[in-house]
Design a binder for this molecule. Structure first.
Ligand code: SAM
Length: 217
């Protein structure tokens, strides 16, 4: 049996009001919005009994609130001090917010049924992404799910943000090769940024599963 196999299995999220002078961080711009919809798909693949999630680059905690509503306990990591305030306002004992750089955060081996890294990895430099992803893989329990986004080379920021990471689909597949891909949805569209600037997006929404260990007969 799988957890959260339909939207109705997920309790409604609480909207957290923003009372802050941090007007230009992503968390400030998006606090109180809906969770990322493809996280619902990821939840439908959770292993039976899985109860602990990690949300890295958690930002406005919209996804974290969805996970709490689905009955998970959540470790949420972000370096933005506003996120610490938002976590305090949620006031849920199952939420452990860690204000830290996600490159330094110690990820316990096999600890998580679900790791969420939505719109987080592209904001790291390439070497950091290639160092962090194997640690995320290691942090998954057997049959654990990794739900992440990556930006592709046609993204509007690719030419002007050299400290971010943009990967082709084949590079994404190679980077996450230790995991079983459940879905990789690649989209290109004209949209806007969190602060309403026009931007061309090239995004891969990925759901992977850590394969169960194969035992030799
Ligand atoms: C674009 S936001 C996405 C937030 C959230 N995952 C979502 O999809 O709503 C990226 C978040 O990652 C955080 N972040 C970026 N680089 C980070 C780093 N090196 N360490 C910790 N947090 C980081 C930012 O503060 C921001 O909140």
């Amino acid at each position: 049996m799988k957890r959260g196999s339909s939207r109705s299995a997920v309790e409604p999220v609480r909207v957290v009001p923003v009372r802050s002078g941090h007007v230009d961080t992503y968390a400030a711009l998006r606090a109180g919005s809906e969770a990322n919809p493809f996280l619902i798909d990821a939840l439908s693949h959770l292993p039976m009994g899985g109860s602990r999630a990690l949300d890295i680059g958690a930002g406005p905690l919209n996804d974290t609130r969805l996970l709490l509503g689905a009955g998970l306990s959540v470790d949420a990591v972000d370096h933005d001090p506003l996120v610490a305030r938002l976590a305090g306002e949620i006031g849920d004992r199952r939420l452990d917010f860690i204000q830290a750089d996600i490159r330094d955060f110690n990820i316990a081996r096999g600890a998580y049924a679900l790791i969420v890294a939505i719109h987080a990895l592209p904001f790291l430099e390439r070497d950091d992404v290639f160092r962090l992803v194997p640690r995320l893989v290691d942090g998954l329990a057997h049959d654990g799910i990794l739900c992440c986004t990556m930006f592709g080379p046609e993204d509007g920021w690719a030419a002007c943000r050299p400290r971010m990471t943009f990967l082709s689909r084949s590079s994404v597949e190679a980077l996450f090769r230790p995991l079983e891909p459940l879905s990789i949805t690649e989209t290109r569209y004209d949209g806007v940024t969190a602060n309403s600037r026009a931007k061309h997006w090239h995004v891969m929404r990925c759901i992977f599963r850590r394969r169960a260990t194969v035992s030799c007969p």
